[in-house]
Design a protein around this ligand. Structure first.
Ligand code: PEP
Ligand code: MN
Length: 340
């Protein structure tokens, strides 16, 4: 780590930092510039760096502490420099292939899931996504069909061959959901549910980790490191929009976060324009923008009758609108060297 001293720091402040570094077993290197003194800490054990950085940041005269080693390791490009795809069954997400994951927000009935599955498969989707356990903002909103919903998803996979992506909210449900799913979704609200991340990582099946809507890219990547440290590197990152001052859309799709994450990690990164904008007519433009910006895939909500949906109807595409969008997605994907 590097400790940057404030311009008005005293020699005593510098010496205090140096002493403390010694107490923690670090060597040091002092650079005295015209404006600033910078102290490099040498030889720190990795596991202590973050904690110690926090302690040094509050010492008198310290402006900021910059940890050098990335706080995430297993998912970093330092660990594996090449972007690496994740397989959901036979479907490839990343590595030059654009995988579109589509389906209803909630599993509502056997018929609704089956109809949607057939429609998205025909349009070229790589996987079916539907929620049986739903993280709803209000306790009075539809909470999902639970285990019954998982059965309907399994039946849809049986009929269409599409791999299943479905959300898990509780560490105790992970094993049950993993019996049916080909990929476990961890939603935005649970991005920092560390017990859930660990449990998901233990079951060694692909995990799609959505970015929390108030999480920085670094926090998102650290959350994915929990899954990696628990045992799986088959992680798909999903940018789903963040909270900003803008109210015209539900959230704000943060495409730059995708570009930053791409620089930092080899994991595939997909975009969820549906939850980001919350308005079906805006899903298409943002889906295309995400593909142009290098997304490895998309998550798009599709419902056979959006006007009757029990959750997220306003942002759900009809099967016809989805099929039309898939055509446009193919064109843009081809232009940026990706195959759908
Ligand atoms: C969802 O995927 O239906 C969902 C609830 O998304 P998010 O966790 O991004 O809000
Ligand atoms: Mn939804």
């Amino acid at each position: 780590m590097i400790i940057v001293m404030r311009a008005d720091s005293t020699e005593q402040d510098v010496q205090r930092v140096v002493e403390r570094l010694g107490e923690h077993g670090y060597g040091h290197h002092i650079s005295r510039g015209e404006q600033r003194t910078i102290i490099g800490a040498i030889g720190a054990p990795d596991h202590e760096k973050e904690e110690v950085a926090g302690q040094f940041s509050v010492l008198p005269g310290v402006e900021r502490v910059v940890p050098i080693l990335k706080p995430y390791k297993l998912i970093s490009r330092e660990h594996n420099p090449r972007p690496t795809p994740v397989m959901l069954g036979d479907a490839q997400i990343g590595g030059g292939r654009l995988g579109v994951i589509a389906g209803p927000c909630s599993v509502e009935s056997a018929d609704q899931v089956m109809q949607t599955a057939r429609a998205v498969k025909d349009a070229g989707a790589a996987a079916l996504r539907g929620g049986a356990f739903k993280p709803r903002t209000s306790p009075y909103s539809f909470q999902g069909l639970g285990r019954e919903g998982l059965e309907y998803l399994a039946a849809a996979r049986e009929a269409t061959g599409l791999p299943i992506v479905t959300e898990v909210m509780d560490p105790r449900q992970v094993d049950r959901v993993a019996e049916v799913a080909d990929c476990i979704q961890i939603g935005a609200r649970n991005m920092q549910n560390y017990d859930l991340l660990k449990e998901a990582g233990h079951c060694r099946m692909p995990v799609m980790l959505k970015r929390g809507f108030s999480a920085t890219v670094e926090e998102w990547l650290k959350a994915s490191e929990y899954i990696a440290a628990a045992g799986t590197l088959d992680i798909i990152l999903c940018e789903r929009g963040i909270r900003t001052f803008e109210t015209a859309t539900r959230f704000t799709l943060d495409l730059s976060a995708m570009a930053v994450a791409r620089r930092e990690t080899f994991l595939p990164i997909i975009a969820d324009p549906s939850h980001a904008v919350g308005i079906s007519s805006l899903v298409g433009p943002m889906a295309l923008a995400a593909v142009a910006a290098g997304a490895d895939g998309l998550l798009i909500e599709v419902h056979p009758r959006p006007e009757q949906a029990l959750s997220d109807g306003p942002q759900s595409l009809t099967p016809a609108a989805f099929a039309e969008l898939m055509g446009q997605i193919r064109t843009v994907a081809q232009a940026v060297g990706r195959q759908v």
